[in-house]
Design a protein around this ligand. Structure first.
Ligand code: PEP
Ligand code: MG
Length: 876
C-alpha cells in the first residue's frame, strides 16, 4: 500500500524526491534533535495523483487525520478546539526550491469560535484577530483566487485610520467582518468555518499551485521538469507576531554573496515569516538579534554550526522566535553567488569538512563563466546616486522601467525598478538586465530570485522614492524618469546615473596572467580548484584560435594547443581582393599567380601562431566556407553594375564578379561547394595552404622553435575524399626542407563520416568532431536560422530543454560521437580524437565528451578555464 503522509520523525534528507526539499530537510532537522514544530509531509506522489485526475487519492485525508491526531496528542491541543485551538501552517515544497513560486497558507484552524480561544490562550486579542484576517486573506487568494488588492485595500484603509501603534483589536475584528464580505462576494459562499475543511482545501490548493503560471515559467527557465509535483508540509503554527519578544528571520551560515565566514541574515521583530521573504517591511541585520534576544541568538548560532557541520556546506534557515523560544521552520543547502561558491568550497577544504574532489563538485563551469564577466570601471564611475544591498553580483546597464510588462516589451537592455518584487514580476525579471528595489534585504524575493537566475540585483536602496504613478523615481531632488540609463553594481550595491564603462573581471584578468594587484581570496580559491581540476582531468583542453593574439590569450588561459585554427578569417580584409582574383582566374597561370600572392601572407600568419603555441599542437583547418562568401553580395554587385551602366561607364571587374556570383550561387550553400569539396575542385588551393603551414613550421624549426602543426580537412563524408587530399598534402610536405612531421586528420561533422569512421581512420591520423555541423546535419536544423525562430516553441513545448547547438544532444549526435570514436580507434589504436564545435566550451557537453573518452576539447579562449574545470569535475 502506498504511504502518502510521513511524519517529520519518519523522513530524512535523502528522500527529497518524495518529500520535497523542505519536507526532507525538516525531517533531517527533527532527527538532529533541533527544535522543529511537529508536523508531517504529504508526498509528491499524492500531488502527482491529484494533478493527474483532479481528485485527491483515496485514503489521503484518512492518513492526514491520523497524523494530525498524533500532533494533537503531542501538543495536547486540538484543531478546532474553541478554548485552545491548534493552528496549522500548510506550505508547498518541491524537489527543487522555487522561491516564492508556490503557495503557503498560515493560521488554518481559525474561525469565529476558535479566534476567541486563541485570544484567551495568547492573552492578545489583537494578535488573534490579526491572525484570523491573515487566514481569510491567504485562503481567499490561494484557494479561490480572490485578488490580493481586494483585501489590501481594506487593510490599508484600516491602517490609515489607526493611530501610530496600528489598528487595535476592535478595528481588526471589524476588518475580519469586512474580509468575510469580500470573500463571500467573490467566492459566492461564506468563509468556511470547519477547520478540517479549511485544511483539505489548503492542501488541494498547494497541489494546484504546482501548475500556476508563474511556477511553470520558473520551471522552464530553470530546466526543472514539469512532472515532479510538490510535496505539502503541514506543521503546527508558531508565532513570530506575538509582540516584541517574538520575531522571525532568515539566516545563512556564511555570507551567500561573498562566502565570508560568519552568520548573516535578516530579522524582523513581531512579524510572521512570510513578511521577511516578501520584502514588505525592512528587516534589521541579524547581528541586531544579539542585542534584542541574546539567548535566542546564541542558540541560533549553535544550531547553524550543527547544520553546517552536518550538511558540510553553507546552509540557510528560516526561524521564528515565539516569546523568547526559538523554532526552526526550514533549512537547506543555500543558494550562493558564484564568488561565494568558490570561496566557500576552498574554505570548507581548509576546515577539513570536505575533500578537494568534493570541492570541485561544489562549483561549476557556469559559475566560473559568470566570474569572468566584466565589472564596472570604478575609476570612470560618477558618484553613486544611491546604495542598496548588493544582492546578486554583476554590472548591469540599462534603461529604467517600472513594471514587468514594460521590461518584457522593451527593445534594448533595461533595469527593472520596483519598490519590491513579487512572483508576478518574474517575466520582467527574466527580461531585464538587472533588478533594483527600494525595499527588502538579501533574502527578499527580488534577491533570491535574481541570484537564482544570475540576474544582477541591488535591493533595499532606501533612498529611492518611486513615484506612485510609476514613471520616475527620485533620490533627494534628483529625478530619474522611465527610459533613462542607469548602471547597477550587484556586488557593491551602488546605483549610478548613466552608463558606467565596464572592465574585465579580476578573475578573468588573473587567469589571463595579468597581475590583479591584491591577494584576493576569490582569486586564490579559483586557482586552487582549477589546479586540482587540471591534476585530475584526463581530457585535454585546446583553444579555437586563428590569430596570434588569440593564440597567446588562449595559452595564458591554460590551453594545451589549438584544436581549430580556422583559416577563412585569414582571407578577409585587405586580402579579399586576392581571393576575388583567385575566383575570377580563368586560366591556370592566373590561378597560380593568385595563389602565389596569398602564400607569403598565410605563411606569416602561421609563423606567429606557431610561435605563440611553441611545443603544443596547432590544428590548422584547410579552407571550409564556400568561396562566394568572400565575394560582395548579389544585390550589392547588381546595384553597382546597374549604376555604372546608367552612367554609361564600363562596370569592369564588377561585371565579372557579378557573373561569378551568379554562376556560383547555391540554394543550400551549407550543403554545397565547401570544405573538402573545395579542395578537390579548386586546383592548388589546399596545396597553397599546406605549403604555407609547412614553410612556416620549417622556419620555426630553423629559428630553434618546436612547432607542432597538424593539417585538418573539413566536411569529409567519405574516405576517398580524404585519401585524394591526403596524397596531395603529403606530396607538398615532401618538397619542403626542414619540415617537422605534420599529422593529417579529418573533421567528423557529417553523419556519414561518423558512420564510416572505421574506414576514415585508415586515412586520418586524428579526428576532430565539428559538432556545430554535426548537429546541423544530424537534426537537419540550419545552424544560422533556428535561434529565435521555432526553437522557442520547441523549448516551450518541451521538445528539448536547451538548444542542441549549446549543449550536445547526447542521445542522437552524442551517439554518433561515441560510435565514430570506437570505430575509428578500432582501425587505428593511436587515433587522437577531439572536438572543436562550440560544445567544447559548454560544461555539460564537456562532461559528456569526457565520458565518451575523447582526448581533448577545443573551445574559444575565454572558455578554456571553464572547460578545464568541467573536465576536472568529470574526472572526480
Ligand atoms: C563545426 O562544424 O563544429 C566546426 C567547428 O566548424 P565550423 O563551425 O567552422 O563549421
Ligand atoms: Mg564545420
Amino acid at each position: 500500500m502506498v504511504t502518502y503522509v510521513y511524519d517529520f520523525v519518519e523522513g530524512d534528507r535523502s528522500r527529497s524526491d518524495l518529500l520535497g526539499g523542505k519536507g526532507a530537510n525538516l525531517a533531517e532537522m527533527t532527527r538532529l534533535g533541533l527544535p522543529v514544530p511537529p508536523g508531517f509531509t504529504i508526498t509528491t506522489d499524492a500531488c502527482r495523483a491529484y494533478l493527474a485526475d483532479g481528485r485527491v487519492p483515496l485514503r489521503l485525508f484518512d492518513e492526514v487525520n491520523a497524523h494530525l491526531r498524533e500532533i494533537e496528542v503531542r501538543l495536547d491541543r486540538r484543531l478546532g478546539d474553541p478554548h485552545d485551538p491548534l493552528l496549522l501552517a500548510v506550505r508547498s515544497g518541491g524537489r527543487y526550491s522555487m522561491p516564492g513560486m508556490m503557495e503557503t497558507i498560515l493560521d488554518i484552524g481559525l474561525n469565529d469560535t476558535t479566534v476567541a480561544g486563541l485570544a484567551a490562550r495568547s492573552g492578545d486579542e489583537r494578535f488573534a484577530w490579526d491572525s484570523y484576517r491573515r487566514l481569510i486573506q491567504m485562503f481567499g487568494r490561494t484557494v479561490h483566487g480572490v485578488p490580493a488588492e481586494e483585501f489590501e485595500r481594506e487593510l490599508a484603509s484600516v491602517r490609515a485610520a489607526a493611530g501610530p501603534d496600528g489598528p487595535d483589536a476592535a478595528a481588526l475584528r471589524e476588518l475580519v467582518e469586512t474580509y468575510k464580505k469580500v470573500f463571500a462576494a467573490h467566492v459566492g459562499q461564506d468563509f468556511p468555518q470547519a477547520p478540517h475543511a479549511q485544511l483539505y482545501s489548503a492542501i488541494r490548493a498547494v497541489f494546484s499551485s504546482w501548475n500556476a503560471e508563474r511556477a511553470v515559467l520558473y520551471r522552464h527557465r530553470e530546466h526543472i521538469p514539469d512532472d515532479l509535483g510538490t510535496a505539502v508540509n503541514v506543521m503546527a503554527m508558531v508565532f513570530g507576531n506575538l509582540g516584541p519578544d517574538s520575531g522571525t528571520g532568515v539566516a545563512f551560515t556564511r555570507d551567500p554573496a561573498t562566502g565570508a565566514p560568519g552568520v548573516y541574515g535578516d530579522y524582523l521583530r513581531d512579524a510572521q515569516g512570510e513578511d521577511v521573504v516578501a520584502g514588505i517591511r525592512n528587516t534589521v541585520p541579524l547581528a541586531e538579534l544579539e542585542r534584542i534576544d541574546p539567548v535566542s541568538f546564541r542558540e541560533l548560532k549553535r544550531i547553524m554550526g550543527v547544520l553546517e557541520r552536518h550538511y558540510r556546506d553553507l546552509c540557510d534557515v528560516e526561524f521564528t522566535i515565539e516569546r523568547g523560544r526559538l523554532w526552526m521552520l526550514q533549512t537547506r543547502v543555500g543558494k550562493r553567488t558564484p564568488a561565494a561558491a568558490f570561496t566557500i568550497a576552498a574554505q570548507l577544504v581548509d576546515e577539513g569538512l570536505i575533500t578537494l574532489d568534493e570541492a570541485l563538485h561544489r562549483v561549476d563551469g557556469a559559475q566560473l563563466a559568470r566570474l569572468m564577466f566584466p565589472a564596472f570601471d570604478l575609476a570612470a564611475a560618477p558618484p553613486p546616486l544611491a546604495t542598496g544591498v548588493g544582492a546578486s553580483p554583476g554590472a548591469a546597464v540599462g534603461r529604467v522601467v517600472f513594471d514587468s510588462a514594460a521590461a518584457v516589451a522593451a527593445d534594448g537592455p533595461v533595469i527593472l525598478v520596483r519598490a519590491e518584487t513579487n512572483p508576478d514580476d518574474l517575466p520582467g525579471m527574466i527580461a531585464a538586465r538587472g533588478v533594483l528595489t527600494s525595499r527588502g534585504g538579501k533574502t527578499s524575493h527580488a534577491a533570491v530570485v535574481a541570484r537564482g537566475m544570475g540576474r544582477t540585483c541591488v535591493c533595499g536602496a532606501e533612498a529611492l522614492r518611486i513615484d506612485p504613478a510609476g514613471d520616475a523615481f527620485t533620490v533627494g531632488d534628483r529625478v530619474v524618469r522611465a527610459g533613462e540609463l542607469i548602471s547597477i553594481d550587484g556586488t557593491t550595491g551602488n546605483v549610478y546615473p548613466g552608463e558606467v564603462p565596464v572592465v574585465p573581471s579580476p578573475v578573468a584578468r588573473h587567469l589571463a596572467g595579468e597581475p590583479v594587484g591584491r591577494e584576493d581570496r576569490l582569486v586564490a580559491a579559483v586557482d586552487r580548484l582549477l589546479a586540482h581540476a587540471d591534476a585530475a582531468r584526463r581530457l585535454g583542453v585546446r583553444a579555437n584560435a586563428d590569430t596570434p593574439a588569440d593564440a597567446r590569450r588562449a595559452r595564458a588561459f591554460g590551453a594545451a594547443g589549438i584544436g581549430l585554427c580556422r583559416t577563412e578569417h585569414m582571407f578577409l580584409g585587405a586580402r579579399r581582393e586576392l581571393v576575388e582574383r583567385l575566383i575570377l582566374a580563368d586560366d591556370p597561370a592566373e590561378l597560380t599567380a593568385a595563389l602565389d600572392a596569398l602564400l607569403p601572407l598565410q605563411r606569416a600568419d602561421f609563423v606567429d601562431i606557431l610561435a605563440a603555441m611553441d611545443g603544443v599542437p596547432v590544428t590548422v583547418r584547410l579552407l571550409d566556407p564556400p568561396l562566394h562568401e568572400f565575394l560582395p553580395p548579389l544585390h550589392e554587385l547588381t546595384a553597382r553594375v546597374a549604376r555604372a551602366e546608367a552612367r554609361g561607364e564600363d562596370p569592369g571587374r564588377d561585371a565579372a564578379l557579378l557573373a561569378a556570383v551568379r554562376r556560383m550561387h547555391e540554394t543550400n550553400p551549407m550543403l554545397g561547394l565547401r570544405g573538402v569539396r573545395l579542395g578537390l575542385v579548386v586546383p592548388g588551393l589546399f596545396a597553397m595552404q599546406v605549403r604555407a603551414v609547412a614553410e612556416a613550421a620549417a622556419q620555426r624549426v630553423r629559428d630553434g622553435g618546436d612547432p607542432r602543426p597538424e593539417i585538418m580537412v573539413p566536411l569529409v563524408a567519405d574516405v576517398r575524399e580524404l585519401t585524394v587530399v591526403r596524397a596531395e598534402v603529403q606530396a607538398v610536405l615532401a618538397t619542403v626542407p626542414d619540415v617537422p612531421p605534420i599529422p593529417v586528420g579529418t573533421m567528423v561533422e557529417i553523419p556519414r563520416a561518423a558512420l564510416t569512421a572505421g574506414d576514415l581512420a585508415r586515412a586520418a591520423q586524428f579526428f576532430s568532431f565539428g559538432t556545430n555541423d554535426l548537429t546541423q546535419t544530424t537534426w537537419a536544423f540550419s545552424r544560422d536560422d533556428v535561434e529565435g525562430s521555432f526553437f522557442d516553441t520547441y523549448q516551450e513545448r518541451g521538445i528539448f530543454g536547451v538548444s542542441p547547438f549549446e549543449t550536445i544532444d547526447a542521445t542522437g549526435v552524442g551517439r554518433l560521437v561515441r560510435l565514430a570514436t570506437a570505430e575509428g580507434r578500432a582501425t587505428r589504436g593511436d587515433l587522437t580524437v577531439g572536438v572543436c564545435g562550440e560544445h567544447g566550451g559548454d560544461p555539460d557537453s564537456v562532461a559528456f565528451f569526457a565520458d565518451a573518452g575523447l582526448d581533448y576539447v577545443s573551445c574559444s579562449p575565454y572558455r578554456v578555464p571553464i572547460a578545464r574545470l568541467a573536465a576536472g569535475r568529470a574526472a572526480v
